[in-house]
Each structure stands twice: as C-alpha cells, then as structure tokens.
Design a protein around this ligand. Sequence first.
Ligand code: G6P
Length: 593
Amino acid sequence: MCGIFGYLGPRNDAAHMALLGLKNLEYRGYDSWGVACKTDHHLEIEKHIGKISEVTNLKTELEQADTHLAIGHSRWATHGGVTENNAHPHLSQNGKIAIVHNGIIENYLELREELSAKGFKFVSETDTETIGHLIEFYYQGNFEQAFAKAIQRLQGRYAVLAIHKDHNLILAARKGSPLIVGVGSTENEFFIGSDVPAFLQYTNRVMYLDDDQMVIIGENGAYFLEISTKQVVEKRIITLDLDLESAEKGSFPHFMIKEIMEQKETIQRAINQDTKTIEILAEAIRKAHGTFFIGCGTAGKVALAGSYLFSRIAKKHVNFTFGSEFASYQDFLNEKALLVCISQSGETADTLEAIEVAKKKGVTVASIVNVESSTMARTSDIVLPIKAGPEKAVASTKATTSQLAILTLLAYATANRLKEGQYLLVSTAGEINDMLNPRYEDHIRKLADQIKEVESMYIIGKGLNYAIALEAAIKLQEVSYIHAEGFAGGELKHGPIALISQGTPCIAIVANDETKADILGNAMEVKARGGYIIGISPDNSEIFDYWIKVPDGGNTSPIVNIIPIQILAYHLAIVRKNNPDMPRNLAKSVTVK
Ligand code: G6P
C-alpha cells in the first residue's frame, strides 16, 4: 500500500532523502509518488506518476534545495485515478499545509461537502485533500491544535503526516495504519515512516506511534500525545535487530528469487525458537472452545493448510476463514474462543479488523507474524514470530514456508509430540537445503520456457495439499499473469474439467500419503482430455508429462511442494518479461479494507 517517509534534522538534503526513503518502500506497491519540503518560508512539491525505481534524482530544484524538513509518499490508488493531481502530497487551499496519508477516510464525502460550503475548493478526487483543508480551517496560529482538531473529525483508518510552511514541525497521527518514528544518530534528528526500511539506512532505533495518538516532531524532540486528551505518552526507544544487508537484493536479480533461495535457512530459523511460546499457544488451542485460524491472500491459504495439519496431526478441529470473512462468525465467539492470525506484515487491514471483532467478544488473540514490531504482534496476547527476515517481493515465498513450519510444529505440540515435530522439520529443512541447487532451478526454468505462452493452467491437490493447490494458483497469477486456478482434485469432475483442452497444463501435487491414488486418478482424468500433466511428487509416474521431484516430506509435504511452484512462477514472470518483485495492481502490505 502507500508508503510514507518524513525527515526533520540537521542534514540539509531532506528532499533527496525523501526520494531515497520512498525507493526503499517501493516493494509495498504504488502507482505514483511525491515529495514536499520546507525551504525558508515556502513549501515546495514535486509529484510524478509511475515508477520510482529508475529515478535517481528529483527532477526539480528540490534536488538541490537546502532543506532540513521533508515528507514523501508513494501512492496505491484508492480514491480517484492514477493522476499527478491525485498523487500526494496534497496542499491545503492556501498552500501553507502539505499532507501525506495512507488509509481511507470513510466520512470524506461528508467533510468535503461541509468544506465546500465554507468555500474550500478541491483540486483532486482524493479523500486526503479534505485533511489539509480541515487543518487550514481550524488553524489560528497553533499548528498542533489545528491538526489535533482536524484528526478528531476523521473516521476510518489512517496514517497522516502534515507540515506547515511557518512551523519547523512534522505532525503525524495514526489509526489502524502503521507509523514508526526513527531516532537518528545525532541529536534531534528524526525520521518517520510507514515501515522501517524507509529509514533503515540511517537508524534502527525506533519508537512506535499507537492508534489514536499523534507525534509532534520538532527541533527540540519528538513528543507523543493521546489525541483526545492531549495527555503526553512516554515512549521507549527500541533497537531493532535488522540490518540493511538482509533488506537488500545482494547478487540476486530480484528479491523474489533471493527470498525463494533463502528458504535453505529460513525454515530452520523458524523452528529454532524458544519452545515456551509454542507450548503456551498449544495449551491455549487445547483449552479453547472454538479456535479460528485466519489470514488473507497467501497467509489465508496457510491458515487453511493449518486446519488440515491440525486435523491430521493434533486430531483437533480448528475453524478456518479468510480475515475479511471472520466477522460473519462473531455470533459464535466468547471469552473461551481463540483467534490465531497468520500474517507476514502484521498490518493487513482485514486481519486487524478481525482482531477488533474478536477482542470485543473477549476472545484471546494469537498471531504468527514475520514483522515482530507490527500492529498485529503488538495487539496480540500471544505472538509467535516466524523469523524469516524482511520479505520484500510482493509475492510471499519464504514467509509462507516459515508459517507452514510453525503451524506444523504447533500441531505436533498440541498433540504433545513436539519433539517428533521438531525432528521431522529439521530433516525437511535439510532436504530443502539440498533441493535448492542450480540444477533444480534450471529444470524448472525449462518448464517455464515450455509453457510460457499458455492462457490457463490448473493445479490440483488433496488433503494437506489442497491449500497448496490454492496457494500455487495465486503465486502463478500474481507474477506470471497467466490465468491459474487451484482445485481440490476430487472437485474437477464437477465442473472445471470442462475447461481442459489439448495441451492445457495441470499441475498435480502428489504427496506420498493416503491421497496419492486419488490425485493420480484425477490427473489421469485430465490427461485423458488432452491435459499436460506436471507432477510434483517424490516419485515419478507414467501419468506425468513433466516431473518435478520433491523430497518425501510426510506431514511437511505442503512446505516442500510449494517451493518448486514458487520457482516456476518466478521463471514464468521472467520469461514473460514481468517484474516479479512488483506485480501490477498488487501491494505487499494491504492496509486498506
Ligand atoms: C497481499 C500480499 C500477499 C499477502 C497478503 C496478506 O495481498 O500481496 O502476498 O499474502 O497481502 O499479507 P500478510 O502481510 O497479512 O501476510
């Protein structure tokens, strides 16, 4: 979603720093971007549509401007098309206030009408523009007061930054959308970003802004306040265990393939953690009257896989829903229920909203997250970090397998067989390490080359691997833009088989378990209708037209089986000349509903 950057401090190239900060956030997805800075007593703005990746310098005099205060924004359009006018920063009517904003102002139409009646003119179609006008309306010389008054009028989820031409301040507020303050190395140097990579090259010391709070960043420090009471909130400076290198591509051409290859270590890292929290969550699952696994996108598919793992390993029924569908189950929630949220970013709006629904009913909330400093982690009662390191490619890969590994471990722990689970996962991690070699990648690259022109492809799985068929489909859609659909193998004959024609690729995920004969039978039905069968399996079969060997993972088959499909999706993207790291229309962290 939108990226936000702000800087106030002794350096004198703040506008250029804003450009660099936005470039570091480009993995979040965007369609336009802009920077505003304060020079003496002016606000200067530069905005563009399109990619920031190739831009090395700002195009206007902002590049050379001697400025210590700037804000920047990369936009993922929600209200209004992708135009320069709709790009942020937005100015208030008198041009004295500049705003950047992430989220959605739900009552913006009402506010727009009210402000129009007072004579304010709107030049964009965005909800954001109302914020600048509102601050201008309330402004009587005190910027902080006007900002707080305006923010209290907003409904919805937002992270907002505002600057004023007459004040050396950055004001920021949040509700449901992340904002993190970075504390610089020199005195009174502050950064603010929607995600830590925005300023990680300068500092890893941070303070978190929480919902309904604002921060006043000025030359004398950063002050946090509760917006409604104006009460000062003391914040602790937290030093994050993140380094720049792990957030860079290194020698890899793209983050996606770098992150796929990192699975040599990340699965091991995921399971190598303090078992205390695993045991605490396992105990909570054993005791709960109603456990719900939720997630969105890939994390949603992992949550579904989790429900199968629990049924198979822990003999325990858990409910699965996508985060966006959870509210429909609220009548079944009480203080004895347990919600387990799965999320890479920990900032997905639909999952965060599910947490709000659950909390209102007194439900215990656990989260399995990658970003340990995220809103989800900070609002959960129990947190299991997956320790995958920064995942920057939009399509999730290493976070997926780490989440699956943690859920597998948790299922074993719930069955009081934690040691057995650890042993199995350590052995799977070793086999994945051996599997991810250049020859293996090349074998899959050849397949990508062979099927690059197809219009549609299908993926079938059963049992533990049904969710993997669904995840495979979105992986392929996200970066190759080929129409791909995943099915439970047994469902094919009830409709989808009508879509199979001569040469249609169908990936059959064949685990070495009791589902094997059925899935091979389903693959046979596709083959009989002209389908081209790509088998992902520990063993070859005469049914397969192309075989991709995977280790025999037993209950870890979902982990091993998704990896070759991630590699296939990556190479299909490359051969079809798509950018796998930044797929069209998608964003890494979906902070709007
Ligand atoms: C977006 C991303 C997906 C991700 C989903 C959920 O759609 O493109 O890769 O699976 O959000 O994100 P989360 O951070 O909650 O795992």
